[in-house]
Design a protein around this ligand. Sequence first.
Ligand code: NCD
Length: 308
Amino acid sequence: MNVLTAEQFDTDEMQEIFDSTLQFMGNESSSALRRETAQRFVGRQLCSLFYEPSTRTRLSFEGAAAKLGMGVVSTENAATFSSAAKGETLEDSIQVIDEYNFDVIVLRHPRTGSAAHAAAVSSVPIINAGDGKGEHPTQALLDAFTIDNYHKRLDNLNVVIGGDLKHGRTARSLATLLAKYPDNNLTFVSVPELQMESDILDKLKEHGTKHEETTEVYDALRHADVVYWTRLQTERLENPDHAGANSYTLDQAALEVLPEHAIIMHPLPRVGEITTDVDHDPRAVYFKQAGFGLYVRMALIDRILGEQ
Ligand code: NCD
């Protein structure tokens, strides 16, 4: 099983992944269960291949593999230090790595569609850890897990997604997942130049998911169950004029209009679009969200390797 897009998951499968995530989280509180978990995939290996910067995704995948007893082989700066710097294509690199018989490859690459291209030449499962401005399906799974953890549902939610939606792959993948559940209402907050691309809007229409685009952040926040904020993707801006198109900032004033029961999420890294004083608000769950990522990724690896 490859993990290439959020589109591939159905709600039953997501529930199974979340159940398994909870189990792995629960195992942490018992040293006996931790040891048992660390026996699960002894002798198997995860290869992590990152052509773009990463803190959370790489460390949580490698940490997840380590907690499952796997060996980890990693290139954290493949764009500079792998043969890509000499001109080797991703497809050639993947075919070579294929010969090393790892059990799963986690790939982050700046080109949209790269994970699917890698999967086409790989006999080893590929996990898309972010392909340009395409998708970040494992982030969307951990985002959905976070929402479910706090609201106990993934349907009938007002979800406000803000920031650089044109280039932000996490917002695209999350919207794709949320469209699979009934009665969600998505509000995209951004400047018009950085709004959500039409392929995702079409998908929402297909599923009958209500959605609107706005520049009015406070109006949107007033009715939110979930606020999902993202940074300006400066490394992906085709038009340097947009560099000044700041994503909106969530600060104390924004908190005042936000309902008590809402949660504030962010895939991180944040670069000023949530002020640090918001961190102390009980609605701010972005660090917890990042923490859940490790266990969601354990559940995913477990699912993929369980099939082999
Ligand atoms: C995101 C990414 O790489 O797309 N980071 C992450 O994996 N948590 C978000 C971002 O870089 O803005």
